[in-house]
Each structure stands twice: as structure tokens, then as C-alpha cells.
Design a protein around this ligand. Structure first.
Ligand code: NIG
Ligand code: FE
Length: 421
């Protein structure tokens, strides 16, 4: 058999966070903080895959002279970050609502006055695919520069068959064009559109009988998500939508218990969702049921931060063995940030997660939340060569030094995709 030789090597890594573990699947409990660190580490890459990880001293001997070598100069290397919950494609912004909230109005009050999700829907429906594509590219570039190499992207600002398909087609073009890997999610159940306010059953019928079949037929999404909340979709509606999605091959996800304890976690457990996201108001019984059903808790602390509201009970989740992932929830209303490092800092400060726990949550667990745990999220032979070199010598400095970009180099599919000058 021909020996595979490395095409790229990284050496002199102060701490190589491989995220290898003796357990498989999403990490929980004690394993939620298992970083699989190799001190003085090195990585050998062949094409777009990891060939080997180990100590610099032993791997150096295996590097042929013609192989490109990056000297990490005693910096930390982690797997590329995985942002498992974003609303990537929308037009316009809601900076005015941001100001209204500062002056005392709540998110729900603003939505009732004609702002909120439906105001972004109006702007997104008017936008051309080209405009939406350009906005998507700008946002993905920002994400890449902050260390994200895989991102989940939801529709949900179209809320008509035509506009939802338009957004998902834009996501498809972005997938082709951008180096970041994108996992598409259909979120037709994001809000009841204005024109269906008194005919909500008709909207649900269109969603299940028109949108879902078309999304599936055109293979435009892998997941189906719902916003289960008072004023949005009821428990019964969510179950129906997610079960219909499942019948078309779409994997379920739920926006659950974000603004109150309204049954979203229970829906996630019942339908066997890959993840339940937000979970600010989840209670002990919810945590137990989700754990039993193998649901991953995707926590979004930047949303709580942005809304100046409560934070999810992350400690309780980890102590009870529920796997926790982190994501940005990037969207114009409740979390206008592309920054996973910012989310990691908030995870430490406000969810009381340790630096190790937030790193596991932002890599391997986030990967499992979007069904990519076997391909990405850790640095092991055969996995994708997606990694980040950070301008720090110890991993604890990543969430500690916040509000600045500590990313030095991003390697995506075995190639340098971003370098901080
Ligand atoms: O995840 N919860 C539903 N969707 C978003 C908010 C979207 C918006 O306000 O535009 C969220 O918080
Ligand atoms: Fe969201």
C-alpha cells in the first residue's frame, strides 16, 4: 500500500486541543470538559483530512522535506468552531428596536407593535436573491475570521412558500461558494406571518402540505425547526410540523422554552429532536426527559445577553448529564453577533461553564447537534482538517480575553482560509 504523506504540518503547538475522548457521541457530565490536550503538539494533514496528531518531537520525523510546515510558535490550536444555530439569511437590520429595548420596551411588546420577526420578514421578502447572497457572504466571512468553520443556517424570514424557498436557495448558493460548511434548516414555523394572523390553521396547512414537500423534494434542508412559544407555535402545532418533517426525511430541532416554560423541551424529547435550543426556562423534568431522549441542549447565551434576560440552567444540565452545545443564534432581533468566541466568554461568565466546557460545547457537541459529530469537532485521523491557531499560549485565555479577535489562522479543509494580519 502506498504511504500517504502529509501535505501540511503544524508544529510547536503549546496546547493541541484534540477533543479526543474515550467516549463516543456528544460529551456529557465529566466528559463535557475533556479536551484531549497534547502539550508541544503537532498535526499532520493530508489533503482535507487529519492524518495524525501527536507530540512535535515524534511527528517532526515524519514530515517530508517538500511538505509545507506552519510553525505555531507556542500557540494554542483547537478544532474549527461549530456554530450550530444561526439565522444567517435575512435583509435589513433592527437597530431601531435595539434602541427601543434600551429605553425599556420588551422584545414581545415590540413584536406586538409590528416589529420583531415579521418586520424582518417584510424586508427579506423584498430583497433579491443576489442581495441576500451578498449579505450571507459578508456574514460568513466575519464568522470565518472568528474561527467558525461549520455553521447551521435556518430559513424563517420568508414565511411564504416562495420566500422560504428563495432563502433556502440562497443558502444553497452560499454552500457552493463559501469555504465554511453550511448545514441548512427549514424554519417555516418561525412566526405566523401577518396575513395569516387570523387564519393560522391555513398557514400550518401551507407549511405542511406545500412548503415541506417542496423543501424535501428539492433537497434544500436537512433539519426542520419550529419556534415553540406563546404567541408563536403551540405544542400541538410543533409536533405536527416536526412529525410531518420527519416523514419527509427532515431531522427535528426545536426553539424551546426561550421566553417561558411552554413545553418546547418536552416536544423535543417526544419527537426525538437532535437538539433543543435556548432552554432558558427549562426545568428539572425537562432536563431529565431530554437526556433520556438523547437531545442535545444548544444554549445561546448571547441571546440572553442581548435581551438582558435570564440565562439557561447550564450547570444543572451538565451536572445531570445532558450534553451542552453553544451557538450564536445570529439574527437581527435577539443576537446580532457572528462571534463564537464572544459566546464562549458569555458561556463562562453567565452560564457558569468552565473554559474547558465551553470549548467542548463549541466544537464536538455543537457538531453532534447538527449531525456532524463523526466528521468534525475534534482533531483525529480521518476527520476534516478544520482548525484554528489562536494568539494565546493557554486555552483558558480564549474565553478570558474577550471582545477582541484572538484568531491568528484558520485552516479549512486542510488549507489556510484566513490569516489575521
Ligand atoms: O432565536 N426565537 C426565535 N427566533 C430568533 C429571534 C428572531 C428575531 O427576533 O428575528 C431567536 O431568538
Ligand atoms: Fe434562533
Amino acid at each position: 500500500m502506498k504511504k500517504i504523506s502529509p501535505t501540511l504540518a503544524l508544529v510547536n503547538i503549546s496546547q493541541l486541543l484534540t477533543l479526543r475522548s474515550s467516549v463516543t457521541g456528544p460529551r456529557a457530565g465529566k466528559n463535557q470538559s475533556d479536551l484531549g490536550i497534547i502539550e508541544n503538539g503537532a498535526v499532520l494533514i493530508s489533503g482535507d483530512k487529519i492524518l495524525e496528531v501527536g507530540k512535535t518531537k515524534s511527528l517532526k520525523k515524519k514530515i517530508p522535506r517538500k511538505t509545507k510546515v506552519i510553525n505555531a510558535q507556542n500557540r494554542v490550536v483547537t478544532p474549527g468552531l461549530v456554530d450550530s444555530h444561526t439565522h444567517l439569511v435575512f435583509a435589513g437590520n433592527r437597530a431601531d428596536e435595539f434602541e427601543q429595548r434600551i429605553l425599556g420596551k420588551t422584545y414581545q411588546e415590540i413584536a406586538q407593535m409590528g416589529g420583531g420577526i415579521n418586520s424582518t420578514v417584510t424586508q427579506t421578502r423584498k430583497a433579491s436573491p443576489k442581495e441576500l447572497f451578498n449579505l450571507g457572504m459578508e456574514r460568513l466571512n466575519r464568522m470565518l475570521s472568528l474561527g467558525t468553520t461549520t455553521v447551521e443556517a435556518k430559513s424563517g424570514y420568508g414565511l411564504s412558500t416562495e420566500s422560504e424557498l428563495k432563502i433556502l436557495e440562497v443558502i444553497k448558493s452560499l454552500r457552493r461558494k463559501h469555504t465554511i460548511d453550511i448545514v441548512p434548516t427549514f424554519l417555516g414555523a418561525h412566526a405566523i406571518p401577518e396575513e395569516f394572523k387570523i387564519y393560522r390553521r391555513d398557514y400550518i396547512r401551507i407549511l405542511t402540505e406545500e412548503m415541506l414537500p417542496q423543501v424535501a423534494k428539492r433537497k434544500l434542508a436537512e433539519f426542520c425547526d419550529v419556534f415553540c412559544e406563546n404567541g408563536y407555535f403551540t405544542v400541538e402545532e410543533c409536533k405536527k410540523i416536526l412529525e410531518t418533517g420527519k416523514s419527509f426525511g427532515l431531522k427535528p430541532k426545536v426553539h424551546a422554552d426561550e421566553l417561558g416554560n411552554t413545553g418546547g423541551s418536552q416536544v423535543a424529547a417526544e419527537v426525538g429532536a437532535f437538539s433543543a435550543d435556548h432552554l432558558v426556562y427549562a426545568i428539572d423534568d425537562d432536563i431529565e426527559k431530554m437526556k433520556k431522549a438523547g437531545v442535545i441542549a444548544v444554549l445561546l447565551p448571547s441571546t440572553s445577553f442581548f435581551l438582558n434576560s435570564r440565562y439557561a440552567p447550564a450547570r444543572k444540565m451538565i451536572e445531570n448529564g445532558l450534553s451542552v452545545a453553544l451557538a450564536t443564534d445570529f439574527n437581527p432581533g435577539t443576537s446580532m453577533t457572528e462571534s463564537m468566541p464572544m459566546v464562549m466568554s458569555l458561556g463562562c461568565l453567565n452560564l457558569k461553564m468552565s473554559p474547558s466546557e465551553v470549548i467542548v460545547a463549541s466544537t464536538i457537541n455543537s457538531a453532534y447537534a447538527i449531525n456532524r459529530g463523526e466528521q468534525i469537532g475534534s482533531l483525529e485521523p480521518g476527520k476534516k482538517a478544520d482548525l484554528v491557531i489562536w494568539e494565546v499560549a493557554s486555552f483558558k485565555e480564549i474565553p478570558y480575553h474577550y471582545g477582541v479577535n484572538l484568531v491568528q489562522t484558520v485552516i479549512k479543509n486542510g488549507k489556510i482560509a484566513f490569516q489575521n494580519k
